[in-house]
Design a protein around this ligand. Structure first.
Ligand code: SF4
Ligand code: SF4
Ligand code: SF4
Length: 165
């Protein structure tokens, strides 16, 4: 891909909807990713949880409404250009810098008791803490959260975002 197209894609990706573009785990930096990814869809075909979908320009992104990342590495193992770095995974590098965060839509903020997200977090990163007024609000421990996205889909009001916060 030439540099002009690469920069256009970079811009389009970074500002779509004002949200982060979530690439599959162990993706190289965004510019290298856009330069190297051939949009072959092989990563999509190998993801057992079907969270890899086609994003802007056909480049793969992660959609946690379909499920969570198990960090199995199958996407990177089959990525021929190596833009999902299997060596980074083998080195034990973090798969990404994504974290969960709660928005104001959380039912607990409205006084409706809900613990759904906490029940799905196997990392134990979600804690419920009392806030002013007595409600128990969920919080995310950033040192425990892997950004796996398992808490996102079960939330009945879509109150959990996953991104770089
Ligand atoms: S397998 Fe690699 S090159 Fe193919 S679409 Fe996925 S990230 Fe791009
Ligand atoms: S690591 Fe596994 S579960 Fe996660 S996106 Fe890649 S193939 Fe899917
Ligand atoms: S993204 Fe994963 S690790 Fe982080 S809070 Fe949600 S379920 Fe827990």
């Amino acid at each position: 891909m030439n540099t002009t197209v690469s920069r256009m894609q970079l811009l389009r990706g970074n500002f779509t909807g004002g949200k982060d573009v979530l690439r599959p785990p162990w993706a190289v930096d965004e510019e290298s990713f856009l330069d190297g990814c051939t949009r072959c869809d092989v990563c999509r075909d190998h993801c057992p949880t079907n969270i890899i979908v086609a994003g802007s320009g056909g480049f793969p992104i992660v959609d946690f409404s379909n499920g969570e990342c198990t960090f199995c590495g199958d996407c990177g193992n089959h990525c021929e250009p190596g833009v999902l770095s299997s060596s980074a995974r083998e080195n034990g590098d973090r798969p990404w810098a994504y974290l969960a965060r709660f928005t104001r839509a959380c039912l607990n903020r409205l006084g409706i008791l809900c613990r759904g997200c906490g029940d799905h977090c196997i990392a134990g990163a979600i804690r419920f803490r009392p806030v002013l007024g007595g409600a128990l609000m969920p919080t995310v421990a950033s040192d425990r959260c892997t950004g796996c996205g398992a808490c996102h889909a079960p939330c009945p009001v879509g109150a959990i975002e996953i991104g770089r916060f």
